[in-house]
Design a protein. Sequence first.
Lengths: 340, 412
Amino acid sequence: MADPGSAGRFASTRLHIVSGKGGTGKTTVAAALAVALARQGKRVLIAEVEGRQGISQTFNVPPLSGAEERIFADRSGGEVYGLSVDAKKSLLEYLQMFYKLGRAGSILEKAGAIDFATTIAPGVRDVLLIGKIYEAAGRRTKGRRSGDLVYDAIVLDAPPTGRIVRFLGVNHEVAGVARVGPIKNQAESVNRMVRHHTTAVHLVTLLEEMPVQETIDAIADLRTAELTVGAIIVNQVRDPLLTDEELAAISADTVAGRAEAVEAVRTDLTGAGVKATKVMVRGLFAQAHDLADRVALQAQEDAVLAEQGLPLAHLPTLPGGVEDGGLAVLADALIEEGIV
Amino acid sequence: MTRDTHAPEAAPIEIDRLLADPGTGIIVCCGSGGVGKTTTAAALGVRAAETGRRVVVLTIDPARRLAQSLGLSELDNTPRPVLGIDTAAGGSLDAMMLDMKRTFDEVVLSHSTPEKAEQILANPFYQALSSSFAGTQEYMAMEKLSQLSHEAAEHGTWDLIIVDTPPSRSALDFLDAPKRLGSFLDGRFIRLLMAPARAGGRAYLKVVTGGITLTTAVMTKLLGGQLLGDVQTFVAALDTMFGGFRQRAEATYALLKDSRTSFVVVAAPERDALREASYFVDRLDQEGMPLAGVIVNRVQRLAAAGLSAGRADAAAEVLGEASVAGTGSATAGLTEGLLRVHADLAETAERHHAQTTRFVAGHPGIPVTEVPAAAQDIHDLDGLREIGAALAVAETPGVTPGLTRDAESRAG
Ligand SMILES: Nc1ncnc2c1ncn2[C@@H]1O[C@H](COP(=O)(O)OP(=O)(O)OP(=O)(O)O)[C@@H](O)[C@H]1O
Ligand SMILES: Nc1ncnc2c1ncn2[C@@H]1O[C@H](COP(=O)(O)OP(=O)(O)OP(=O)(O)O)[C@@H](O)[C@H]1O
Ligand SMILES: [Mg+2]
Ligand SMILES: [Mg+2]
């Protein structure tokens, strides 16, 4: 745990990119991070790029329409806006902005060119998606306090580790296919943004073999691509429920020693109002034994992560899922762990 | 026996019958990310092989330790025998790990002259497409499946093919991605680009009069002429070779509808995964694709059955208070811990049960098999055998998990 009172390590980060193996909790952690930032009075944009409505589900609000909508407000005055970036819409917006296309947009659409550009032209889709983030990150307010940045921080619920480097490394990809033109320029701007010192890629993982392995691989890949790795966020950490000594005792327990222990525990149980058979008590021991094994394995995985020399944060498993204030619990944990 | 009489029950999948049936030629394991597709595919492979089938398993990105146990360290994109399989029943097991880029390259190589193949393989659009298009992995999994299926039919190498599917958020991606790739490659815009080169393109051109120039002009500006040029060369090369990607995708798709094919949908006993399973089951039904059933994997089981989460928590509370008051026994702390561990597991078990029951109720008539969560990852043949055995002695879903039944049988 971080020493209390220290400012979060990523307090000066403006673009938080959240990746990780599929299903480890990227969307949940991104949402918690957005809430944590809003707690500090910030105006935050949380964006998703896979059109899955994960954000609206996690915040329990109606589906996002494609516009930036306010989905959370904190007493501090902080706010979270949600955006589900749509590549097609971005492309049309973009064409409108640069070419004042008007009706021509629909001709392109009819000719299948929009579909082509947003789906199959390699890398172009990614440029469009992250280009929208670039636009929002640099957008300034109009009117009275004009000139201020609209958002203090942006959290991106990004594609999983398997695709993250390619997604962020759009420049390289696009260089191979679009060698000139606005898409290429856009790719260059995006490239500068993702490599900026106020951008960090956080990796969400579980303490299991495959997610940890993917995290380690992703760190290496991100570094090779000269992208800044932020924190490793270990999600769904389970409370071991037993002390280290108890776990050690159970692991080391010999069958000979156990008969006595079984009897003692049975007496305790009876005293506490549970009529227990020996079979049941042995079952309780077996369960704890499995748990001890699992805790030991998790400790091993945790040690592997710690070796990476990156900030490490642990988020608890929410017994009731993210509904019912679960996000707030995770947001608090992120603050307490010194992330923001 | 505390059996919830209102809980609907589903028959489990008759796995051994499915595996033994010579009419079963292909089993496809699908489901959303991380639910256990690869593990299930491998476990079915081991079980089928050890009961006499000549099996090949196509895995996709298996966990490293599992890959090692299956001898999948060689990445040559062809099946290799798995060592340590009991072949007494006359079966065998080969396994491979999909290399998507290589599979794509093979498709190109096997359908064109060496010069032409070289031209395609060097094409920048092809290179980007074969390694990065979102649906390529799914498409290549299907491609490999059809290759294996041809090989099995021609040489009689295998009589059962088991396929794993790529990790994707939605199981539906497996069915949709190949079509998407096929239809885009063969889609309107590509045809538009190719139009000047084709006689038949004239009529189409008229429809979009004026549009064509604008479209290509804008696209050229936007993406650069090079890309469009690369795409044109690529598609032209493919087109003359084998009549379009769509047909190819459709042929493979047809294989999935074959009566010798069976789908096994894997899910975790959680809301999201079961919802995905639901979509998938409905979709298979619409497509007329044969579903063997749903496997609910990693279901929490209790070794100390017969004690509810609530009662365990209450008793733990009593012991905790006694400890604080100094009236507890020497083992009170340990007993309290054991109870808390149990309460936590029992709660999970109850939740899993509730989710599964709801799924079963919503899908009457669909076989559902529960597989208990092993204490640890499955990374060797013994682990796979255990999963296979659990699949075969499937318990009937809808029965309260582990409550009383196990306790009675164990106590007896
Ligand atoms: N700390 C937690 N405690 C309990 N449940 C959690 C926690 N974090 C995530 N979950 C649950 O785990 C599931 C997966 O989480 P989430 O959707 O955030 O993952 P993801 O990495 O975004 O998945 P995908 O790769 O599919 O986008 C969800 O049902 C979510 O509610
Ligand atoms: N019944 C089980 N008990 C315990 N662990 C299991 C069980 N089934 C699978 N696992 C473990 O769960 C993890 C995920 O399983 P697996 O790789 O088979 O999932 P998958 O659906 O193929 O995932 P992906 O979508 O990433 O390809 C592995 O570590 C595996 O060992
Ligand atoms: Mg997500
Ligand atoms: Mg897998």
